[in-house]
Design a protein around this ligand. Structure first.
Ligand SMILES: [Zn+2]
Length: 246
């Protein structure tokens, strides 16, 4: 798609150049496991990637506009790229993209002690995960511009991202809100819990863990009925609200 192909040694070296320059130029990102980031940093990353990896491809060819955003809404995907459907029919200078990077996945990165991957590559730090997710989204933008469509589970995308960034997969194994809660609060689906609701203390079990827990509490008037005919009321509870015992 682009006439660019690097070997893994080149890619490692170029990522180091991006990191070093980022540490110098960013007001927030000063180390691998930074605790603060702003949308300005995403624009800075874009410039650095264009210069270091893409030989100024965007600077030379791209006349449109990209909005970079940090998102608290993305839960499953770590990033997201959107553009208008009729991209092939609009003037180059009117082409617009919205690239979102999930703030949750960055904040949760160190909440689980295991190896994390993005695109089949190990992410050893918050910065690694940001950069690998950014690379994935950048390839979506390139594919949209070149082919007017983009999908990361198809061959053209995988060839592109493998040639430039060495990714071998289109998925990530970062830490979602559910897993972060499991390690932060020690809670998982199936656990019995108690929490305060008005003046009463409710008892139930966790059915699902996300940012909040879905808790089923036995209640003979409840709308939810399990296989053995027991009725439950469903509650949405923040993990901090559970009453700790023992
Ligand atoms: Zn994708």
């Amino acid at each position: 798609m682009l006439d660019i192909k690097y070997d893994s040694y080149d890619i490692e070296e170029k990522r180091e150049v991006v990191k070093r320059t980022l540490f110098q130029e960013s007001a927030n990102i000063k180390s691998e496991n930074f605790g603060k980031i702003s949308e300005k940093d995403l624009y800075l990353l874009f410039e650095l990637y264009d210069e270091v990896f893409l030989c100024g491809w965007f600077k030379q060819k791209f006349r449109g506009n990209i909005k970079f955003k940090l998102s608290r809404q993305l839960t499953r995907s770590a990033g997201n790229t959107r553009t208008r459907k009729d991209i092939s029919a609009i003037k180059p200078e009117e082409v617009e993209f919205e690239v979102k990077i999930s703030l949750n996945h960055l904040m949760n990165f160190n909440k689980a002690k295991r190896i994390k991957y993005v695109g089949g590559i190990e992410a050893a730090s918050v910065l690694d995960s940001l950069m690998l997710v950014f690379e994935h989204e950048l390839c979506h933008v390139i594919e949209f511009l070149v082919r007017h469509k983009s999908s990361c589970n198809k061959k053209p995308f995988m060839d592109l991202i493998n040639n430039i960034f060495g990714h071998t997969e289109h998925t990530h194994k970062l830490v979602g809100a559910g897993e972060a809660n499991v390690s932060e609060y020690g809670l998982k689906p199936g656990d019995s819990v108690k929490f305060r609701y008005g003046n009463s203390i409710m008892e139930g079990f966790i059915q699902k863990m996300n940012k909040k827990a879905t808790v089923m509490c036995p209640d003979k008037h409840g709308n939810y009925i399990d296989k053995s005919g027991r009725r439950y009321v469903k509650f949405c509870v923040h993990p901090e609200s559970f009453i700790k015992e023992g």
